[in-house]
Design a binder for this molecule. Sequence first.
Ligand code: GUN
Length: 287
Amino acid sequence: MSAKIIDGKEISAFIKQQAAGRAAACAAAERAPCLAVILVGDDPASQVYVRNKHRACEACGITSLQFALPADTAQAELLALIDRLNNDAGVDGILCQLPLPSHLNEDAVTDAIAPEKDVDGFHPVNVGKMLAGKDCFLPCTPAGVIEMLKYEKIPIAGKHAVVIGRSNIVGKPAAALLLRENATVTVCHSRTADLKETVKTADIVVAAVGRPCFVTADMLKPGCAVIDVGINRLADGALAGDVDFAAAKEIAGAITPVPGGVGPMTIAMLMMNTVKSAEARLGMRKG
Ligand code: GUN
């Protein structure tokens, strides 16, 4: 039997609709939520991501401030802009699109964003709070993974979740969030000795490696849920995830496609984080 294809466009539209409703309530009470997006340099992929974030803000009724800085922007100049936005009571979220040009220190930039405006959830304070199970901004892509599982009513508690990849942006936080949902979590990476055997025992597989067709159908337990976070550009220009989708969908119980799976969720969760930040600032926090 073929797997249920998890539709990230449908789920992200649902989340954005909720964000739009809450943004409208903020606007009616005082002002619309406001997201400041900083882009340094002219990386084409980053330009596309930033444009998509701007469009999503417009669709949700969120004010979007765009700061496009030249590639040779000095660290002090970037930090001064962040400082100004940190102290602007009309700004709810600040996001500096990564990667930054190599002369800039990404850690210093991430650390400079006020944790209460860090809608990316990258600041060490928010990372620590997430691990401790405290209320904080959750990183958008891993939070989107959890949201997809919940939307599809795929049980997490007591299940074995295997995360493949240990990046700070996806793998590690995805593992932390699955643990928070009471899964038994295994994190696999390039040095894992028995990858296939481990993945074979997973009820939930989260693939975040960055290599096309890394996860093959023979690694999967029949009926498992497969969440593919990979976005790989193939030689022919097509996009592919980390999972051999065509074969895996014949074994899995549910699977996300690429494109149209996790990708759209990241921006939807960013919209929701920005709305939550505005609600907190405007004293109308719903949690
Ligand atoms: N670059 C790739 N993904 C992201 C993201 O989620 N946030 C930021 N700030 N930069 C990114």
